[in-house]
Design a protein. Structure first.
Length: 183
């Protein structure tokens, strides 16, 4: 089976680095020779408010300018935002879901036909002194979920886009990759 355009949805809360994560992942795919298209949706900019971001990636220039309604991948930064009914109705069978949770969320037990990955990004980020910003840890775990993107492209994107605590964020990427649990 050949390459097909990939559409990714990011769910999270303000302050977790959701928008920045989608932009860094877009840059990582660009560094891998692909064409990214990224946009975000959010209301009042405040910590804790729901944030949704989208990334479309293809090997050819992307001419689409429409909303992503049926993402093949979901990166959920907050397990409390997981909506299994929405997943079943919008994601295709075989879709890939990455969820940030200390334990496997009970809501995932009813999902079948998807590749599921869990990462405790909050504890990794806290341990490294990055606080509630979990985006780089999530991106490391993403490289376990989608093996089309080498982790070194994500590391390079983080080096370029995250000037503060660069070494800690790169460490978060690598720990996210190592500690991600395929369910």
């Amino acid at each position: 089976m050949g390459w097909k355009m990939n559409e990714i949805k990011f769910n999270g809360r303000g302050g977790q680095g959701v928008v920045m994560a989608s932009q860094m992942l877009g840059l990582a795919f660009f560094k891998a020779g692909m064409y990214p298209q990224c946009y975000s949706l959010f209301g009042g900019e405040r910590r804790g408010a729901p944030v949704v971001s989208f990334l479309r990636v293809d090997r050819e220039k992307i001419l689409l300018k429409c909303e992503i309604r049926n993402p093949a991948e979901l990166l959920c930064f907050d397990a409390g935002l997981l909506n299994t009914d929405e997943i079943r109705t919008t994601m295709p069978a075989g879709g890939r879901i990455l969820v940030n949770a200390a334990q496997v969320p009970e809501s995932l037990s009813g999902l079948s036909g998807y590749t599921l990955l869990r990462i405790g990004a909050g504890s990794i980020s806290e341990k490294l002194g990055l606080g509630h910003v979990i985006n780089t840890t999530i991106l490391g775990a993403y490289c376990r979920l989608n093996t089309d993107l080498p982790i070194e492209h994500v590391v390079s994107a983080v080096e370029e886009m995250v000037p503060a605590k660069k070494d800690l964020n790169i460490q978060a990427v690598r720990l996210g990759y190592q500690e991600a649990e395929i369910l």
